[in-house]
Design a protein around this ligand. Sequence first.
Ligand code: PEP
Ligand code: MN
Length: 349
Amino acid sequence: MEESSQPVPYVIAGPCSAESPRQLLETARALKALGIGVFRAGLWKPRTHPGGFEGVGAEGLAWLQAVRRETGMKICTEVGSAAHAEACIAAGLDMVWIGARTTANPFLVQEIAEAFRGSDIPVMVKNPVSPDLELWAGAIERFFSCGLTKVSAIHRGFTTPYPSPYRNAPLWELGVRLRLQFPDIPFIVDPSHMAGDKSYIKELSQKALDLGADGLMIESHYAPDAAKSDSAQQLSPEQLGQLLEELSWRRADSNDEWYLSRLESLRSEIDHIDSSILSLLAERMEVSREIGRLKAEHNISILQTGRWEAVLCSLRKAASETGLDPSMVEKIFNVVHDYSVLEQEKGKD
Ligand code: PEP
Ligand code: MN
């Protein structure tokens, strides 16, 4: 049976950068009318190249305060140094986020965390630019160790050397792993910086919700084409309203009986399959040790790249024929092979 009420969406929205008091207020009024409760705007902009628009700086704090006074929305911005952190505390901002370039720098993160000590301001930690889960986790830990309790994560995608239609590859599996590592902190997805272009924001937002994200941070500007930063990825408030209507918001759980019993039976199927995979892996590793012994007896080196290339090639082909994603199969078997090489090493002693 369908449950009728939609879960309540948690959305943070606002422009990439604060540009003028009017731009902030007009954007905020329109976002408030959509029911959005938290307003974002970057004041200090970490630009890749010098000479671009680097933000309005501390002057914009008063503009954000005006947004809060007029609309009642919560206000937040990015902090990239201890000085920014102190300015945000002094201005009474409701929350802050740590940008991707800052998360990548443990010295800066530590300084910012120290500056926030005692304030318990909510801090949202974006993933670092590189696909390094431990840097992301480490930054979150630094805020907790300075006594902050309202820490959350923002997944905004990663720079990778592989071609991707997106500005920052989502690498969803890293987000999933972070959630498993910090199951109790809110997990927000920023589809805007993943996308780089407004045409991808809907598919990325839906994927985030399907994976169980607690909320979305989406860039919105009252005149996106005139935005001084990230113009291609910002939605007008009207486009954002349309997007929010079109998304299916997922619940974390349900107590529908039919759903629960079907889920239990599917989960037990999965458990059964996992245990078969495990037995097969154990069998495979035993064969690897045997091969290791054989190669050692004949004084043959363990790694034979030609053989592995051939195996991967036929696995990719078999994957396509069975409807599996060849890149997933390749990833899994590369790990199996790494460990298989280690087992062969054991076999040689
Ligand atoms: C931003 O939110 O405007 C921003 C600079 O984000 P990121 O750190 O994800 O690049
Ligand atoms: Mn931006």
